[in-house]
Design a protein around this ligand. Sequence first.
Ligand code: PMP
Length: 407
Amino acid sequence: MVTNQERHAPGPLYFDNAAATALAPEVLVRMVAHLQGVDANPSSTAHWLGQRAAAVVGAARAEIAAEFGCESDEVIFTSGATEANNLALQGVARAHVDQGRHLIVSAIEHQSVLACCAALERDGFEITRLPPNRAGWIEPETVRQAVRTDTLLISIQHINNETGVMQPIDEMAALASEVGMLLHVDAAQSAGKFAIDLEKTPIDLLALSAHKFHGPKGIGCLIVRNRRQLRLQPLMYGGGQEFGLRPGTLPTHQIIGLSRALTLAARRRETDLAWVAQLKRQFLEQLAAHLTYRVHGDPARSSPYIVNLSIDGIGSDALINQLAPDLAIASGSACASGTVEPSAVLRTMGVEGDALNGAVRVSFSRYQTVDEVSAAVNSIVAAVQRMRALTSTAMQTTTPQSPRRSS
Ligand code: PMP
């Protein structure tokens, strides 16, 4: 088997899979095979090559729909979850402005939801942002209390990208149905990895990105249940592709990549889940043998793909810098990196002080090995020892010395 490291070699060990995963070899083969032939425009159905491309897109759409238990024509291809989240929120809000101007979101959504809400707010919409409890999840009762007669949509992510905490999405869906509200779910961190059956769980809008489950970057989709009935205003205007909801020439090879990665993830789901759960356990146990740390978010509700923790007395930026040659991990979410602001997600969960400033995210993938996990732990332990040694040397040199006697 090609290990995670060989996929990312050369370079440090890669433990930032919540930001992006390696392309699965099975997916790469299919994408390359497609790109080697004539790659006609799937909208050019006047000729056979265009019809063949349209059939490829149709098959991919059906494959994705089968995985989620929805209709093929409810799958709208986008550039990823960011665009899908924007299409869902802005699309619903702007198309239903005659019915209300209020949206409910969790305060721990990804920036693609929160920044979109801020833009809607500037356009006169009202947003209620619900804080999580200390364990990192939104209690359905807080959603119920926030619902108003002019509420248009509730948006709750499935799995938080920083903590890995899973939101009670089945209860949210039941609640949204009960109160007659639309529910949007950002499933970027769960799609492929966890089963989502829209026949059983009534979610109206579901967003995902292929590169989170070993598909290519730059492709995802928004699933729009009951698309024919649900009014949605497009973000862009153009050639009428995707039922008029997302114009632009469809990237056939990317769409093949998305559907193959999803089918592969579904086929291997239980094996992958068991494997990453074992790796995460190993990581935490081996780390505990050397260091004291605190895990953020309810471990009982946490995805085995992600762990967020702080090591006693160690700041996240300094640790990540120390680790840089050997190990790639994240502080907060990748999209917010580059800023030195501590995680807003952890802050809303009541994490503060050193624990907040020290939080790092380690995220796993199906391709990682036991040896890579041990090597990651060794790198962290060595980095922390170096940092502590530097701190104690610095303290010794700054300790006032007894005055020297001149001889
Ligand atoms: N939502 C969540 C929860 C995510 O983790 C991400 C990716 N970091 C996104 C949305 C955005 O996905 P993309 O960058 O592929 O559009």
